[in-house]
Design a binder for this molecule. Structure first.
Ligand code: FAD
Ligand code: EPU
Length: 335
């Protein structure tokens, strides 16, 4: 157990914050020992890679960092392979391990930072794929019930950047492993415009999972800041999904507004476009700004506090609400 520890190495925004206590666990037994030994009234969180968290102040409590490893084949036939992966594994390394073996399913999710255990929490997604598309089971430990559960894909109640773990089970469980099913017969999703362009640009003819992962990496590197160089937490807000009639009013007023049809009655309008149109693209407030190539990403221009980032987020939220009447909600976990 470490005390009064700097959280700089443990989250991607780069805010100078400390935690009162910090420890790690590599299996369920270590986790239960930590929970049994800690004072009942002590605040705690399970931490993965810290890539979807903004610490707005010092953390007065215990940070419990998940370091459970494991990459096991559960079953295999001619068409599929089912893997159980430890929650502390790095997500991107896991993607690369699978694509290098020719297993298809998570190549579009390459280069998303963080751990495997956090992937079902907000149902990570990118380039037309979400982790829910491959998840068979999520194994987790319930703090109050002191029991391990295995939820099926359906029980996880996945939605856009959402799951049961962000709702009823928020703060009540630790994900221990996920089980995913991948394809040996490839069914690629290249529907996102930039993917086809990049495949052509690279002159790829017989696309493999590894090729597609590399295409995604190239696209992401051209759009998103590398947290090792510029502190950030990815998209700060979720893209708002609006009732069709509200979205159509905006599209009528701003015919250039990008939008995606979601079912019969809803339309998603990118928050990045709303923020840009509200005048915030590449602008800063104190040491925090929006990334010049992607207004949805708040960046630490050096020495920023989490409090400053939150102040900018609130100002952006307010301006988007004033101009468009739309409330944009943070995707990032604010502490
Ligand atoms: P953390 O930030 O450590 O934790 C996030 C939340 O999950 C916290 O509430 C934490 O308490 C909880 N948690 C973490 N692990 C566990 C566990 N084992 N059990 C229970 N609760 C847990 N996300 C996308 O969906 N798509 C993207 O394309 C994407 N791109 C990104 C790009 C960049 C540059 C960055 C910085 C972030 C991006 N993200 C993206 C967000 C982020 O990478 C994901 O949300 C990721 O899953 C977070 O993983 P983590 O291990 O860092 O979680
Ligand atoms: N756009 C602008 N201005 C901007 C940014 C975007 O007009 O400053 C427009 C783009 O031109 C495009 C549209 O908005 O028409 C969508 O932009 P982009 O393709 O960059 O995707 P996004 O909606 O901003 C989402 C996810 C990302 C994910 C990408 C790729 C959310 C909140 N974000 O971003 O996820 O990687 O799509 O699929 O859904 C994350 O969650 O942290 C994250 C990075």
């Amino acid at each position: 157990m470490k005390t009064n520890i700097s959280l700089l190495p443990y989250h991607t925004f780069g805010a100078k914050v400390n935690a009162d206590f910090f420890t790690t666990f590599s299996n369920k037994e270590e986790l239960t020992t930590i929970l049994d030994q800690k004072p009942n009234d002590q605040n705690f969180i399970i931490l993965g890679g810290g890539s979807n968290i903004l610490f707005t102040q010092d953390f007065h409590g215990l940070i419990i960092k998940n370091e459970i490893s494991g990459f096991d084949v559960i079953s295999e036939d001619d068409n599929h392979i089912t893997l159980k992966i430890g929650a502390g594994e790095n997500w991107h390394d896991t993607v690369m391990q699978t694509v290098e073996k020719g297993w298809q399913g998570i190549e579009n999710l390459a280069l998303i930072p963080g751990t495997v255990g956090a992937s079902p929490i907000q149902n990570i997604g990118a380039y037309g794929v979400e982790v829910k598309d491959v998840i068979q089971k999520v194994e987790f430990y319930h703090f109050d019930k002191k029991e391990t559960f295995e939820y099926s894909n359906q029980e996880c109640a996945f939605g856009y950047r959402n799951s049961i773990f962000k709702n009823e089970l928020k703060g009540k469980i630790a994900v221990l492993s996920i089980t995913i099913k991948l394809n040996k017969n490839w069914h690629f999703n290249t529907s996102y415009g930039a993917i086809e362009d990049e495949i052509k640009h690279q002159g790829i003819e017989n696309l493999t999972p590894l090729d597609l992962a590399n295409v995604i990496i190239k696209i992401r590197e051209s759009k998103l800041p590398d947290p090792k160089e510029i502190g950030n937490c990815g998209s700060f807000f979720k893209n708002p999904v609006l009732p069709k009639k509200d979205a159509l009013k905006i599209i009528e007023k701003y015919p250039e507004a990008p939008h995606y049809i979601v079912g019969e009655e809803a339309i998603k309008i990118p928050a990045g476009w709303l923020i840009q149109t509200a005048g915030w693209k590449g602008k800063s407030l104190g040491n925090v700004g929006t990334y010049p190539k992607q207004a949805l990403v708040l960046v630490n221009n050096g020495g920023a506090t989490g409090e400053e980032a939150w102040a900018l987020a609130l100002q952006i939220q307010k301006d988007v609400k004033t101009q468009f009447g739309i409330s944009i909600e943070p995707e990032v976990n604010i502490l």
